[in-house]
Ligand binder design. Structure first.
Ligand code: GLU
Length: 416
């Protein structure tokens, strides 16, 4: 059976499976699967050559039953409303699975930042921020970095928001530079959270991290830092890739050389001491831990039967499709689902927002300690649900998350 190509349908099918386990009534399912708000904006931007280009942008809030909407903003040519809805709902489940007091949101602009200058990106970002201003705010909807956006993007959004409301408002975005109320440890938080989750998964699967062979798809900030943290634990990073292809060395790659090569040439391919490998081949390498840290829909019903790893740590949102989940669980492969595996980013975003609202800033050690506590607690809670109800980790994470959102919805009651 061919899988749906709609990301939203994929997330929806996971929600349905959890709602079945929880025996949720039909009307509650209706409420929880609808988007709270969806905004589509057009963004006319002056390009460096003097011409005007109009970009499409979105901001979607899926659910705000447990707190303000929270979620990143991505810049990518493949951004669609369907994708925004899917990613906004993933944020709802991610925040609920880790029990942080947010709902889910997502935003994006259809553009190719690789072809744009810094000045064009700044004008695009400021126009986008001003168009979605009616939806965002520290107590309404808090944005953050996602694919192709970073702390500088967040600084422009914070400035545009602040200039419009007439006073400086730190808590409207997270993932800001530390000089502007950003949190220490935010940049590497997603990778660090992923690393804590991998360590817990290794305990379950009786794998010693220090003997593990690791393959990582995606050498952006999450892939790079996860590779580094696992390498420091003694794991062998046997393969890495970026959008231009990958490199493999079964004896272990020289991570420092890979970073230097990437920095110098802008790509991993051509790394001395390693063989070339495609992104598809990397996913099928025999290893202990596979970390898809690039984009969505990488492990699918089509290639999952060829995946040869004990643990999949889903660092990228929606990297594993529902069809792949089934095939992986038949092979006894332990999947740490995205809504747990990559929750470190939003957890430290939460810490950043708390610090901004209090005007009291934490040390990096405090941030990392609190992140570790929440990641380990969440992993254990979800693993317990999985054991008790005999479910895969993904479904257990959804059961935990959907249960929390439905409890909040029920006790709030229906307005009016
Ligand atoms: N974009 C990240 C995610 O998908 C982080 C979101 C946030 O920090 O709000 O989880």
């Amino acid at each position: 059976m061919k899988e749906t190509s709609s990301l939203f349908e994929m997330v929806r099918s996971r929600f349905d499976a959890a709602a079945d386990v929880l025996r949720l009534p039909r009307d509650l399912r209706e409420v929880m699967t609808h988007m709270k708000r969806q905004l589509i904006v057009s963004l006319p931007v002056r390009m460096d050559d003097g011409s005007i280009r109009v970009f499409d942008g979105y901001r979607v809030q899926h659910n705000i039953a447990r707190g303000p909407a929270k979620g990143g903003i991505r810049y990518h040519p493949n951004v669609t409303l369907d994708q925004m809805k899917a990613l906004a709902s993933l944020m709802t489940w991610k925040c609920a699975a880790t029990n942080i007091p947010y709902g889910g949101g997502k935003g994006g602009v259809v553009c190719d930042p690789a072809t744009m200058s810094q000045a064009e990106l700044e004008r695009l970002t400021r126009r986008y921020a001003s168009e979605i201003l009616l939806m965002i705010g520290p107590d309404r909807d808090i944005a953050a970095p996602d694919v192709n956006t970073d702390s500088q993007t967040m600084a422009w959004i914070m400035d545009t928001y602040s200039m419009t409301v007439g006073h400086s408002m730190l808590g409207v975005v997270t993932g800001k530079p530390v000089a502007l109320g950003g949190s220490r440890g935010r940049e590497e938080a997603t990778a660090r959270g992923c690393w804590y989750a991998i360590r817990e998964a290794c305990k379950v699967k009786n794998i010693h991290v220090k003997d593990a062979r690791v393959a990582i798809q995606g050498f952006g900030s999450v892939g790079t830092t996860t590779a580094w943290l696992l390498h420091e634990d003694g794991a062998k990073i046997i393969a890495l890739s970026d959008s231009g292809g990958g490199v493999v060395n079964l004896k272990g790659l020289d991570l420092e050389a890979a970073l230097a090569h990437k920095q110098m040439t802008g790509r991993l391919s051509g790394l001395p001491g390693a063989d070339a490998i495609s992104n598809e081949e990397l996913l099928e390498l025999k290893c202990d831990i596979l970390v898809p840290a690039a984009i969505e829909s990488q492990i699918t019903a089509e290639n999952a039967s060829r995946v040869r790893t004990s643990i999949v740590a889903e660092a990228a949102n929606a990297a594993v499709t529902p069809g792949a989940d089934e095939a992986l669980s038949r092979k006894d492969c332990f999947v740490v689902p995205d809504i747990l595996c990559n929750a470190g980013g939003v957890i430290v975003s939460y810490f950043e927002w708390v610090q901004d609202l209090q005007g009291l800033f934490w040390s990096e050690a405090e941030v990392n300690n609190q992140l570790e506590k929440i990641m380990i607690r969440s992993f254990k809670e979800i693993y317990e649900v999985a054991q008790k109800r005999k479910l895969a980790m993904r479904l257990a994470a959804y059961v935990q998350a959907v249960g929390r959102v439905s409890d909040a919805t029920n006790v709030r009651g229906l307005f009016p």
